[in-house]
Every structure is written in structure tokens, then in C-alpha cells.
Design a protein around this ligand. Structure first.
Ligand code: MEV
Length: 313
């Protein structure tokens, strides 16, 4: 019997993380160099409805019925089966593999969900619209952290750049001219749930100041959208630096991230900022063809665990 495989990319947030949870826009793009993969294999000898889940990276080898009902993988399988009208799945084994580092702001959870949803749909001989895939993955995102904006599942399900506003229809973003970014991993694991909760606590204590910071971030996102659409990406660097300062004021940066950001800027990047939940995880730096190798080398020398060059298009 054949296997049914689906992949999903990682993502980075170019502008607007955290403020997007509070209704401001964000811009996010897929990163195809990093992928989650789900492989569904029929299990002809197993009882009908039996689903075995294997994810070597997290030491998981379990029958789905034995997992906690809130386990993200159990949840995503059950939601997808429900959406596809399959009361019981024909018995199968689902293997999950991923090259996306977890807790690093690259959307690993959403990518695993999207890959599993698409592989299961293929197994059942069906296909699901991107919007439906995104909505199902969003339900699982809520388990990872209580108040997700939905930007991760949207950009990953769509596999293209998006201008995202919570609760609004998906808006793909036209990229007027491709541009290059380096993504550098601080090696510090930082679950998004933690920084999102801290920002919420700060906002509850001091709503006026936080709303003002969110507004300033939202204004940067709108300017960035115009520059990206008009094909003037070299001007995004200054906006990235300004977005970073505002993220520092929100308290989601860290000395380690700021060291990598300073390194990138000194080595010739046009701008740099943290990307995603912050505190740890990744920074992104805007580079051109000429500056990319030197900036990448400086980031590695400064201790970045991995440096990836990606083209936004
Ligand atoms: C996480 O990739 C981005 C945050 O804005 C959280 C969210 O949008 O749900 C920090």
C-alpha cells in the first residue's frame, strides 16, 4: 500500500509579532528550507480506527487513544477526521519528521499540524482548501498557547507571504521585488506561550502604554507592506530596526538576541530584529547578495547555532 506524505514550511514574522495578538497587522513569510513532514501509512492488519503516532524527535511512539485528549497530535488527527466526515479513520501509522527547531519562533507546531492535516486528507482521498487547513491548525495552536493570533497557521497553510490581521480574511502579500534575509538561531529555546503571557500581563497592568507601543508597531507594518509591494525592500532595514526597538520596550528581547542583531548590523546588514515570540529563538537580518556571506560568517562567529539564507518572493 502506498504512503501519503505532506510537508509544510517553517515561517518567520517580518514585522508585527505580539502586536498582532492585539489586532494590529503583521507580515509573515514561509521558509521552505525548513520543513515538517507527515507520512501516513495504512496498517492493514490493525483494528479499524487504530492510529499509531510516531515522532522520533520527541520520543513519541503511541496509539492515539492512549494520548491525552489535549495532546496536539491527537487533537489535529481528530479534528481533521471530523472535518473530512470520517467517524473512524482506516487504521494507519502517522510518522512525523521535522527540521524546524522547536520553541524558536519558526512555527514548528503549526507546520506539524498543517503537514498532518494534508497527509490525512490525501490518505482519505480528499483535499482541503488552504483556509480550512489553516482553521484546523489554528484550533491546535490554541493548545500551544492560549491566545494565538492565527498568523503562524495562516502563512504556513498558504505557503506564501501574508499581510495578516486577526479575524480578517486572509490577505496574500504581493512581493514587488524579491529580497534576501538571513535567519540566525540564538540556540535559546523560548516557548511563545511564555512571552505572549508576559506581554499580556504587562498590557493588563499598563494598557495605555502597551496600546501605544502596539499602534507604533502597526504603523511600521503598514509602511513595510507598501515598500514590499512597491519593490523597495532595501528600505525595510530601518523599519526592522525600529520594530526591534519597540519589541525591546515590550520586554520580549534579550541580551543574546541583541548581540546577534548588533553583529548583523555591524557586518553590513541593512536592518535586523528578533522574529516570533522573542527572548530566544531567531533573529532576522536584511542583506543583499554582496553583504550576505560576510554577515552570515559574522553571525556564526558570534555564536549563532544555525544561519539560513532565505529569499522572500
Ligand atoms: C508567534 O509566531 C507570533 C506572536 O505574535 C504570537 C501570535 O501571533 O500568536 C508572538
Amino acid at each position: 500500500m502506498p504512503a501519503f506524505t505532506a510537508t509544510a514550511p517553517a515561517k518567520i514574522i517580518l514585522f508585527g509579532e505580539h502586536a498582532v495578538v492585539y489586532g494590529r497587522p503583521a507580515i509573515a513569510v514561509p521558509v521552505t528550507a525548513l520543513q515538517a513532514r507527515a507520512i501516513v501509512r495504512p496498517e492493514l492488519r490493525a483494528p479499524h480506527g487504530q492510529v499509531r503516532l510516531l515522532a522520533e524527535a520527541i520520543g513519541l511512539d503511541a496509539l492515539m487513544k492512549d494520548l491525552n485528549p489535549d495532546h496536539p497530535l491527537r487533537r489535529v488527527v481528530e479534528l481533521t477526521a471530523q472535518e473530512l466526515g470520517a467517524a473512524y479513520l482506516p487504521a494507519c501509522q502517522i510518522t512525523i519528521q521535522s527540521t524546524i527547531p522547536v520553541a524558536s519562533g519558526l512555527g514548528s507546531g503549526a507546520a506539524v499540524s498543517v503537514a498532518v492535516i494534508r497527509a490525512l486528507a490525501a490518505y482519505l482521498g480528499k483535499s482541503l482548501a488552504d483556509e480550512v487547513v489553516s482553521t484546523l491548525a489554528y484550533e491546535v495552536e490554541k493548545i500551544y498557547h492560549g491566545t494565538p493570533s492565527g498568523v503562524d497557521n495562516t502563512v504556513i497553510a498558504l505557503r506564501r507571504a501574508v499581510y495578516f490581521v486577526r479575524g480578517q480574511a486572509i490577505q496574500p502579500l504581493r512581493v514587488g521585488r524579491p529580497f534576501r534575509l538571513l535567519i540566525a538561531d540564538s540556540g535559546i529555546s523560548s516557548p511563545t506561550a511564555t512571552t505572549v503571557a508576559e506581554v499580556r500581563a504587562g498590557w493588563q497592568q499598563n494598557p495605555a502604554d502597551y496600546e501605544d507601543l502596539f499602534d507604533q508597531i502597526g504603523a511600521i507594518v503598514q509602511q513595510a507592506r507598501l515598500l514590499i509591494e512597491k519593490g523597495q525592500p532595501e528600505q525595510l532595514g530601518d523599519l526592522m530596526n525600529r520594530n526591534q526597538s519597540l519589541l525591546e520596550k515590550l520586554g520580549v528581547s534579550s541580551p543574546e538576541l541583541e548581540r546577534l542583531i548588533a553583529t548583523a548590523r555591524q557586518a553590513g546588514a541593512l536592518g535586523a530584529k528578533l522574529s516570533g515570540g522573542g527572548r530566544g529563538g531567531n533573529i532576522i537580518a536584511l542583506v543583499d547578495e554582496r553583504s550576505a556571506p560576510g554577515v552570515a560568517a559574522s553571525l556564526s562567529e558570534a555564536g549563532a547555532r544555525g544561519v539560513i539564507l532565505t529569499t522572500v518572493q
